[in-house]
Design a protein. Structure first.
Length: 381
């Protein structure tokens, strides 16, 4: 297993990248205090409203920090370093957390570390399972990102695939609106799907073809925009000319949509497992809460593989993973200056993409790779 140093002191983590206001205390690599304040004001809009989110962070961040410190049984004076999400995310939301963390660190002369939100999702599992460390195949699926990567070691990541349009979580939200369900869409579709059966209706599995082969541009990438369109057309067919009312068909439609997304995510992940020879799979991001995705990945991996999945509180956006990622980078001697700024398109540190994937099962080719942030890493939506 790879070396996994962590900052031995008490790290305060701050997360405000989207619509979750969170603070956490990680001490000696273990979670000591954690608060997540979820914003409910966005439900009636069917999506996050950036201005509302930023204003809510301003109100909720101080109480969240106080709550995390109280749960950890420490005062502000016991904090040895501060880690904060610097990107990607909504710029207004990010600025609230970054500026608060800079002021806190400056006032106490503490080390400050800006953290990449998606790398933090890689570290979330290790707070609950010490063995959740590289080498790993990681599937990171959230409302703004869908990334498939191979982590040979911390800070040594190879991007295998990413979404070309909608992220998986975004696709769930849009499909939920099409189906007349609530927000956020992932839990709503999963709930409806429990009463339905996949296969009653037929939706495509995007970018999955029997003819796909390693080296094809689409072999590891994802695309969910067309699935959203296919769902809208199918719902319209049911509404206008189906043999059953939409209300009756909705559970089956939800079940088929969920199956289409999960089948695609799982098959692409299994391709990465075969490609790298690594059967240790880590799941992260808000969509990791989906029970069908967890169960399907575990079943397909079988007894020879191992699946690491965080608990729901560490799957969605949270400051615990930010503090944990910050503790790792602080141990490496990294620090951010007081000129740290929010960056909605912050490049994923250490993430590289080979110009062309090697043949299935072969080692990655040598030569020069490009930073994913310079080669079109997805920006949050």
């Amino acid at each position: 297993m790879s070396d996994d140093p962590f900052f031995p002191g008490t790290v305060l983590g701050v997360e405000t990248s989207c619509d979750e206001t969170s603070a956490a205390v990680v001490r000696g690599g273990e979670l000591a205090g954690h608060v997540v304040a979820t914003q409910d004001a966005h439900e009636r809009f069917g999506g996050v409203v950036p201005e509302i989110a930023a204003r809510a962070h301003l109100r909720q961040l101080e109480p969240a920090v106080r709550g995390a410190l109280e749960e950890a049984g420490v005062g502000a004076g016991a904090v040895d370093a501060v880690a904060v999400t610097a990107g990607p995310g909504l710029v207004g939301s990010l600025l609230v957390g970054v500026n608060w963390a800079k002021a806190f660190a400056w006032s106490r002369q503490l080390p400050l570390l800006g953290v990449h939100h998606m790398e933090a999702h890689l570290f979330a599992n290790s707070l609950e399972e010490p063995e959740a460390r590289p080498p790993l195949v990681a599937l990171l699926v959230s409302g703004g990102h869908t990334l498939l990567l191979h982590a040979a070691a911390w800070s040594d990541y190879r991007l295998l695939g990413e979404t070309r349009d909608d992220a998986a979580g975004e696709a769930f939200d849009k499909a939920a609106r099409i189906l007349g369900l609530g927000y956020p869409g992932g839990p709503e579709i999963e709930r409806a799907a429990r009463e339905g059966r996949p296969g009653v209706y037929d939706l495509p599995r995007p970018m999955l073809s029997p003819g796909d082969a390693p080296g094809d541009p689409a072999y590891f990438d994802f695309s969910f925009s067309g699935l959203k369109t296919a769902t809208a057309l199918l719902v319209e067919e049911v509404r206008e000319g189906g043999d059953r009312p939409l209300d009756d068909a909705r559970p089956d439609l939800a079940a088929e949509f969920q199956a289409a997304v999960v089948d695609t995510l799982v098959e692409k992940t299994l391709r990465a497992v075969r490609h790298t020879g690594c059967r240790r799979v880590l799941l992260g991001g808000g969509v990791a809460c989906n029970g069908r995705l967890r169960g399907s990945l575990r079943e397909r991996l079988g007894g020879e593989g191992r699946l690491f999945v965080p608990s729901p509180r560490l799957s969605t956006d949270n400051a615990a993973m930010v503090a944990r990622a910050g503790a790792y980078r602080l141990a490496r001697g990294e620090r951010s200056g007081l000129d740290l700024n929010a960056d909605p398109s912050l490049p994923f540190p250490g993430l590289r993409r080979d110009p062309a994937p090697p043949e299935d099962g072969a080692a990655a080719p040598g030569g020069r790779a490009t930073e994913a942030g310079q080669a079109g890493s997805p920006a949050p939506r």
